[in-house]
Ligand binder design. Structure first.
Ligand SMILES: *Cc1c(COP(=O)(O)O)cnc(C)c1O
Length: 234
């Protein structure tokens, strides 16, 4: 009896990702693909609606991508839905019902051309897989660090990890040591030019977000830093 099923295709916070598209039969599947859009090919025909904020893989913040099945556009929205929040309004007005953020769209155009030139979604997937494998292989072989996610549901975009000082013990001394090491990692990484590595507050530890714009060389630089940090703090 559900009207729709909603999933977050790539969970930016937990670093998890669907490696398959759930089969919901006739019930429309709705997905947030903000943090994995154009990082890999995706069969949009399996979804009723997909949406993504531009700010991770597409363009600066300010524009949102929506891919919606025709029959879901024409369906009458819930009574009381504001005109501006009806997908039909935007579809009927060429996505220009309001004044669109022109500069963001201009940059989006540049990014889409760059993606096309680099092999499209398939090309992005190859790049991203190589980057993510490099980092996960290092984490899996390390006795200082470990990934927090299981093989089979790992994100290619967001890689959370912990050190051996995250033992799960909740006594004060263990927690203090864990915090000290994590803070030290984030601070020293930033000093080495590797920024934004603090984990989300819900997960703690560290998180490397390696979106389309990140290069394999960038990931290699991170791993080199991680090796050095592990040697100094073992
Ligand atoms: C980043 C992100 C959003 C958008 O969050 P903002 O607060 O607008 O940055 C939504 N969903 C997912 C999955 C995201 O990764």
């Amino acid at each position: 009896d559900y009207d729709y099923v909603y999933i977050c295709f790539n969970n930016t916070i937990m670093g998890t990702h669907y490696e398959y598209i759930p089969d919901t039969g006739n019930i429309p599947l709705v997905a947030d693909i903000s943090s994995c859009v154009l990082s890999e090919p995706i069969d949009v025909s399996k979804f009723g609606l997909l949406f993504a904020g531009a700010q991770k893989n597409l363009a600066p913040a300010g524009v949102t991508l929506v891919i919606i099945r025709e029959d879901l556009i024409t369906e009458t929205p819930l009574a009381g839905t504001p005109t501006m929040l009806s997908y039909k309004t935007h579809a009927d007005n060429g996505s220009m019902y309001n004044t669109p953020p022109c500069y963001t769209i201009y940059v989006l155009d540049k990014v889409l051309h760059w993606i096309e030139k680099n092999g499209g979604a398939e090309g992005m997937y190859k790049r991203n897989k190589e980057k993510a494998d490099y980092l996960y292989d290092f984490l899996d072989s390390s006795d200082f660090y470990h990934a927090t996610t299981e093989k089979g549901s790992r994100s290619l975009m967001n890689v959370p990890f912990l050190t051996k000082y995250s033992t799960g013990a909740s006594d004060e001394a263990s927690l203090a040591k864990e915090k000290e090491i994590n803070d030290k990692f984030v601070k020293e990484a930033a000093a080495a030019g590797l920024v934004n590595l603090k984990g989300h507050r819900l997960v703690g530890g560290m998180r490397a977000s390696i979106y389309n714009a990140m290069t394999l060389d960038g990931v290699k630089a991170l791993v080199e830093f991680m090796k050095k940090f592990a040697a100094e703090n073992a």
